[in-house]
Design a protein around this ligand. Structure first.
Ligand SMILES: Nc1ncnc2c1ncn2[C@@H]1O[C@H](COP(=O)(O)OP(=O)(O)OP(=O)(O)O)[C@@H](O)[C@H]1O
Ligand SMILES: [Mg+2]
Length: 262
């Protein structure tokens, strides 16, 4: 049996740099360079690397929010870059995103119950009430909260609601782009533990994007290290920390060790 859920092959993405005072010539920048990455069902894989190295660009390619120039992305053995409109609609149900700022996925004018209901209506799902009751219990939101608006919650509670919205269509794959970096340390731990718990209960596969190496060590099965648009190392978490092979990985790890001692 093939247990690979997502397989990225030779992916390249270029951004055009617009003409401006600082760059008078039209130019382009290669932001993803020959990316190859396989994620197995049920795994939590973290993507780490400096700001601007291309992590969100890779996530956006997987989510089909942007189109790469070269390469393939297979999801359940189907190249998602070749899907038609109807197939894309179906694909969008199977894969969901959690963002750093839950406000970006929550409509401030909508009650929580409507925020959770909306995807179920769009996808013509059955048993909507049961689905909402089930999901709020899993993420730790009360029934009374359904009648409230996003601004009535703390940051951590809002992220729980955003997670509930992401999971309401029972996706197989979650891309979490810095989902806890805007939260206090104590809240951050509770959200990370919630994701670990949900992975087990719902058999989810997660791509977790983060700057925080201590956090990814705690949470991930495997880590992909990215530097300037390339994945320089992709290994099991323990192996990577015990014996980093790439110079850039060594540099990243040494920086957290220094910070810890300092
Ligand atoms: N829409 C865009 N047009 C042009 N360039 C872009 C665009 N989006 C991103 N870039 C550039 O692509 C590179 C990679 O950006 P990306 O957002 O993927 O980095 P990142 O690793 O997610 O960074 P961070 O950790 O800060 O979120 C950066 O140099 C960025 O300036
Ligand atoms: Mg980013």
């Amino acid at each position: 049996m093939n247990d690979t859920l997502i397989s990225i092959k030779n992916l390249e993405k270029t951004y055009k740099i617009e003409e401006s005072f600082l760059s008078p010539k039209k130019d382009s920048a290669l932001v993803l360079k020959n990316i190859n990455l396989d994620i197995k069902k049920g795994e939590i894989v973290s993507l780490v690397g400096e700001s601007g190295c291309g992590k969100s660009t890779l996530a956006n390619c997987i989510l089909k929010l942007i189109t790469p120039e070269k390469g393939e992305i297979y999801f359940e053995n189907q190249n998602i870059l070749k899907l038609d409109k109807k197939e894309t609609f179906e694909y969008r149900k199977k894969i969901q995103m959690i963002f750093q700022n839950p406000y970006s996925s929550l409509n401030p004018k909508m009650k929580i119950k409507d925020t959770l209901l909306e995807p179920l209506i769009i996808h013509k799902e059955k048993n909507k009430k049961e689905r909402i009751d089930e999901i709020i219990e899993l993420v730790g939101i009360s029934k009374a909260d359904l009648e409230k608006y996003p601004h009535e919650f703390s940051g951590g509670q809002r992220q729980r609601i955003a997670i509930a919205r992401a999971l309401i269509l029972k996706p197989k794959f979650i891309v979490a782009d810095e989902p806890v970096s805007a939260l206090d340390v104590s809240i951050c731990a509770s959200i990370v533990n919630l994701l670990i718990d949900l992975r087990k209960k719902l058999n989810l596969t997660i791509l977790f994007i983060s700057h925080d190496l201590n956090l990814v060590r705690y949470l991930s099965d495997k880590i992909a290290v990215m530097n300037k648009g390339e994945i320089v190392e992709f290994r099991e978490t323990q192996q990577l920390f015990d014996n980093p092979l790439d110079e850039y990985t060594k540099f990243l790890l040494s920086s957290i060790r220094t910070i810890k001692i300092g």
